[in-house]
Design a protein around this ligand. Structure first.
Ligand SMILES: NC(=O)c1ccc[n+]([C@@H]2O[C@H](COP(=O)([O-])OP(=O)(O)OC[C@H]3O[C@@H](n4cnc5c(N)ncnc54)[C@H](O)[C@@H]3O)[C@@H](O)[C@H]2O)c1
Length: 264
């Protein structure tokens, strides 16, 4: 048995967090740095990635910004090659970017379908494939894809987004089955509702915001840091026997029906 607190740490590891400019990715970049990793803060938003890396450095952590677009294969491949050249390898990948076009399926256009699939499924695949290649040439690693409660349950207007989030579960399992021989673990995290810039429009609608809060067993939204620490767990040696699984961090959303509490 290793030291019980140190197995949760990631000292000396190189982590790439894609989506690090905002929300869950930003909080994860902070948490990984606080846990000892050197964090490459990747994002399409150049200024946002730089701001997160600078804030981590001010906090005493090690972080570097990287402008990266997971919808662009050249950007993915050159970004990953740059990290390998500068840091010698990649031990941890967390990828968060996704879009959601909330629209009923009968009026969904092909262009919208392509846009959502391209970032949510294909973008996650592109970055995982490129980083996994580096991990298989090194000492292995841990990859965390970002799924959602929508991989299991859906509501009107979320069919395509939900389909991509379910597909990420199978993608994680597929990668896990092929990469275990290289000591690469691959898992998905499935958030419930999290207060981030992505969900800010919901927060402006009190009825919508509180309905979502009350759907979970904990009756509230998550803070981004409440996703970040479970992601650090999956990245760390504390999760050394966990691969090909989905960790729901949803305040009990999918566990509890929640429509009605019978009088008892
Ligand atoms: N916030 C929630 O309630 C919630 C719930 C369930 C699942 N999720 C999932 O969690 C993930 C993160 O959500 P969030 O709320 O932190 O989102 P967010 O919008 O706050 O952050 C996403 C980040 O990804 C970056 N990004 C967008 N396109 C990119 C691209 N092509 N290449 C690189 N970076 C790109 C954005 O610039 C942004 O910094 C998403 O996959 C989302 O589906 C979120």
């Amino acid at each position: 048995m290793g030291n019980q607190s140190s197995v949760f740490r990631v000292d000396g590891k190189v982590a790439l967090v894609v989506g690090a400019a905002s929300g869950i990715g930003e909080a994860t970049a902070f948490a990984l740095a606080q846990s000892g990793a050197t964090v490459v803060c990747g994002d399409l938003n150049e200024a946002g990635a730089a701001a997160t890396a600078a804030a981590i450095s001010r906090d005493g952590g090690k972080a570097f910004p990287l402008t990266l677009d997971i919808t662009n294969p050249n950007s993915v491949n050159s970004g990953v090659a740059k990290i390998k050249a500068e840091h010698g390898g990649i031990d941890i990948l967390v990828t968060t970017p996704a879009v959601n076009v909330r629209k009923r399926l009968l009026s969904y256009t092909d262009e919208e379908l392509d846009r959502v699939v391209d970032i949510n499924l294909k973008g996650s695949f592109r970055i995982a494939r490129a980083v996994a290649q580096v991990m298989t040439e090194g000492n292995g690693g841990s990859i965390i894809l970002t799924s959602s409660i929508r991989s299991l349950v859906v509501e009107p207007g979320q069919g395509v987004y939900a389909a991509t989030k379910a597909s990420l579960v199978q993608l994680a399992r597929g990668f896990a089955s092929e990469l275990a021989q290289y000591n690469v673990r691959v898992n998905a995290i499935a958030p419930g509702v999290v207060d981030t810039p992505l969900t800010a429009p919901i927060k402006k609608n009190h009825e919508w915001y509180s309905a979502y809060a009350n759907k979970s067993a904990l009756k509230r939204w998550a803070k981004p840091s409440e996703l970040a620490w479970p992601i650090v767990f999956l990245a760390s040696d504390a999760a050394s026997y966990i691969t090909g699984t989905v960790l729901f961090v949803d305040g009990g959303w999918v566990a509890v029906d929640g429509r009605f509490e019978p009088p008892l």
